[in-house]
Design a protein. Structure first.
Length: 163
């Protein structure tokens, strides 16, 4: 017996043209099915039966295609692997930013606490930033010298115009 695919793509078996006793088969007789008989029996199948046969023959391809689409969705979809990595990186970046802001917040809270309770911190702020002095103290401010580049030179102001 030879295995051959018929015109629909299904596996069918057919006898060799010669019998083992050397005689020829007559395909036109009533005992054998001819091409016309086969097409007539296929025409008798309903659409639903033909569709069912088509699905049976091609089910593996449909399943592989569906699996491929699911894999693509799992990798590149909105909730896929790549999106998950982006979300994890963003969450890590936000956690770092929160940590930095918490440290800055702690420093500011410590400074507020020291300004409320430490008299030397209050005195230092009053002297340096506000220019205040205790009673009986004098404040002397030095002008930067010509060769001193640590402080910027004062910009001369133009004299006001008289009318």
């Amino acid at each position: 017996m030879d295995r051959r695919l018929d015109d629909r793509g299904s596996d069918s078996r057919r006898l060799d043209d010669r019998r083992s006793d050397g005689g020829r088969l007559d395909h036109g007789r009533a005992g054998g099915r001819t091409k016309l008989d086969r097409s007539a029996s296929e025409a008798e199948l309903t659409f639903a039966e033909q569709f069912r046969q088509f699905l049976r023959r091609n089910m593996n391809w449909f399943l592989m295609g569906a699996l491929g689409l699911l894999l693509l969705q799992d990798i590149f979809g909105t909730h896929g692997v790549l999106a998950m990595r982006r979300s994890q990186q963003e969450a890590s970046r936000v956690q770092d930013e929160i940590r930095e802001l918490s440290q800055e917040n702690q420093k500011l809270q410590d400074r507020v606490k020291s300004l409320k309770s430490d008299p030397s911190a209050i005195e230092r702020i009053a002297r340096e930033e506000m220019g205040l002095a205790r009673p009986g103290e004098y404040i002397f401010k030095n002008q930067p010298g010509a060769g001193d580049t640590a402080a910027p030179a004062p910009v001369p102001q133009p004299a006001p115009k008289k009318k």
